[in-house]
Structures are given as C-alpha cells and as structure tokens.
Design a protein around this ligand. Structure first.
Ligand code: AMP
Length: 376
C-alpha cells in the first residue's frame, strides 16, 4: 500500500465519500498509480491481475469524470465472463452509492435480451458486459455510445483466450475517437499489444507485480493418487484442513454435479457451478458461498474465473487442470501441475491429481513446494 491517501488523489467528493463508507484505508499500489492518470484523461495500459484492486483503480477516477445527471452510457466496461461483469457492476454500484439517480447495467450473454433492452431504455451511466452481447446491442442500436467518455477492457488476455478478441476490436472501432481507454491484462500477448498500440496511443503504463502470484503466501501441495481413490483423498483433505470455504475445480460440467452430489452425501454444504445453470442460479450459488450458506463450490474453471469471495481459504484441483496458468514443476514424469492462485486472499492451494499411471502406493504424499501438508 502507498503512503498516499484517497483524499490526495483528486477524486470527486461523492466518490471519496463512498470509498470512506466501504472502509478502504489507503489506495493500493495500482490505484495510486492509475487514478491520477485516468483523472487526467489519459489512456491507460495496466499490467495487473485480479486481486490488486484494479476495479477501483479504474472505477473511482472514471466515475469522478462523468456527468452523473446525464442518464446515458458514459462508461463501458468489457469483461470476459458474466460473473466478472456482475462483480464489476456491483463494485461500480458501491463506488457510486453517493450519486443520485445513478444506474449501472450489467449485460451479458445467456440472459434474455428483453430486460437488458428495458434497462438500456431506462438509462444507465455505466454499462458492464461481455463482448458478444455488447456487440449485439450495438448492432441492434439498443446501445448507443454518443455520450461515451471511457471504455475499459478488463482482463484483456482472458478475453483473447476465450475467443472474444474480434468482438472487442469491433466494439473499440465503434467508440468515439475522443473516448478515453483503459486496458488491463495480467499478461501482454502480442495480440493484446497490438490492440493497445492501435487504440491506446501514448497510454500511461502501469505494471503491478501482483501479490497474487507470490508463492510465499500460498501453501501448495500435490497428491498423486489412483483415480479410484481420488474421492477418498479429497474427503480426507476436507476433514483435516482448516477450511472455511473452498472451490474445487473439475474439468467438465457433468463432473461438477456428480462430485457435488457425492460431497453433499458426505455432509458438506456444497453446490455445483457450471455453464449449464441459468444465470440466476449461478448468482445465487456465489451469493450462498459468500454468505456461508454453502462452504464448497465445485466448478469448471471458466465458470468460476475471476470470482471474488474473500471466505475462500482453499482451492483444490480435482483434475489436472487444462488451464494455461498451470505451471509444470519440471519434475520427473508424470509432470504435476501446480496452479497459481488467482487471488491473494486464497491462503492455500491444493491439487489432487488422479493418475492411474503412477507406480506409487494408492495415496502418496508429496510436497514439491516444501510447505505444510495435511496428515493423510
Ligand atoms: P480487484 O482486484 O478489483 O478484484 O479487488 C480485489 C479486492 O480488493 C476487492 O474485494 C476490493 O473490494 C478490495 N479493494 C480494492 N481496493 C482496496 C483498497 N484500497 N483497500 C482495501 N481493499 C481494497
């Protein structure tokens, strides 16, 4: 955290009041660097990932620059997933809580067009959405960008990974020339660099070495087990670990339901989270985890991406992840992936690997990171 206070940064008094109400004491490093540049109207290129406070880093200054009495889209945020879009929309609602007559509208695929069109007709100063649906509304003419002051691309590399980059560029091309632009990305692959060079000329660059990536704050261990013993191993981990809430990643939608049923039968408050659930159910599931009605979510990686649930103490990979964030330890075959935590609040990270090829005993403890392990 920096020595600056939020009051030093020149934010709108109503925004400052909202920040005080949320209880943030000091700007995080990315906020200290980003807020002055965005307040000055500059384009911004931020290399940072979720967990660094980047949502407030763009939301606070951009909200300070809009005319809150004008009920037209002035800030547009593109996010890779519905869940992240909703989370960002919620953050904007919090930071704009002292504005009168202020609306944020999340729009994303999978939801009916009608309520979105109704919301757009009613008017909103901030629109947060996934690229495909945003583009649909632009093409239909239901979303107009005449009053747009700023566009934010959040988790740009994720949007690229998920195949949205053409939609993102199509949206960028439709934004007014004088519109301020900010792009945040955890990594800078060439396609993202190209977008930045084309649409964010002379941008201020901010790079935050995220705390999220530091292994010191996360204990990790890997348990190579025979496939048929995976459930036993998982059940034991859930018994012995000091767990508040956990996310268990599996590879398929079907597996989320199957595993959730098995854990539920073993007495855990658990729910699946996958793309087959309707949006309301998905939001409810995350809400239940946040509020402690559920302690475990069994999710596919994409469905759970970018979730911000401070209760989560454990992340368990029940299958070897496909995720590109997986790193391979370089140990002798079979290679064991250790997925990096995506949030600094995740204190422990567990991988359960089912591998029938191993000539090891059914459950073998192994700790490549030389960190605490459970007693199995
Ligand atoms: P983000 O990287 O935007 O997903 O934010 C990660 C978490 O940090 C969220 O739960 C925010 O509410 C919280 N946060 C953001 N800025 C601050 C701050 N200056 N002080 C304390 N917490 C913050």
């Amino acid at each position: 955290m920096s020595e600056l206070s939020f009051a030093d940064l020149g934010l709108d008094p109503a925004v400052l009041e909202a920040v005080a109400a949320v209880g943030y004491e000091k700007p995080s490093p990315i906020q200290a660097q980003t807020i002055p540049a965005l307040l000055a109207g500059k384009h911004l290129l931020g290399v940072a990932q979720t967990g660094t406070g980047k949502t407030a880093a763009f939301a606070l200054p951009l909200l300070s620059r809009i005319d809150a009495s004008v009920m037209e889209p002035q800030i547009l945020v593109l996010a890779p997933t519905r869940e992240l879009a909703i989370q960002v929309a919620e953050a904007f609602t919090t930071y704009a809580s002292k504005f009168r007559n202020f609306h944020v509208l999340p729009i994303y695929g999978g939801q009916d067009f009608f309520p979105q069109i109704k919301g757009l007709r009613r008017g909103a100063q901030v629109i947060v959405g996934t690229p495909g649906r945003m583009l649909d509304h632009l093409r239909k003419g239901t979303l107009k960008l005449d009053s747009l002051k700023a566009l934010v691309l959040d988790e740009a590399d994720e949007m690229l990974r998920m195949g949205f980059i053409d939609d993102v560029e199509a949206i960028l091309a439709k934004t007014p020339d004088n519109c301020q632009r900010a792009l945040f990305s955890a990594t800078m692959p060439p396609q993202i660099k190209k977008v930045a060079q084309t649409y964010l000329r002379d941008a201020t660059e901010v790079k935050i070495e995220s705390e999220t990536r530091t292994v010191e704050r996360i204990s990790q261990f890997v348990l190579p087990v025979y496939a048929e013993r995976k459930l036993d191993a998982l059940t034991r981990i859930l018994e012995v670990e000091p767990l508040d809430a956990a996310i268990i990643f599996v590879r398929t939608k079907a597996e989320t339901t199957l595993l959730a049923e098995k854990l539920s039968a073993r007495g855990h408050a658990v729910a699946p989270l996958n793309g087959d659930l309707n949006q309301r159910q998905r939001e409810q599931t995350v809400e239940d985890l946040k509020r402690g009605k559920k302690d475990i979510i069994v999710a596919t990686d994409v469905a759970a991406r970018g979730l911000d649930v401070p209760r989560i103490t454990h992340v368990i990979n029940y299958d070897v992840p496909y995720d590109t964030e997986a790193t391979f330890t370089g140990l002798a075959a079979p290679a064991v992936p250790v997925v990096k935590a995506r949030r600094f609040c995740w204190s422990r990270l567990v991988s359960v690997v089912g591998c029938a090829r191993l000539s090891a005993p059914p459950i073998r403890r192994w700790n490549p990171m030389n960190c605490p392990r459970p007693t199995l």
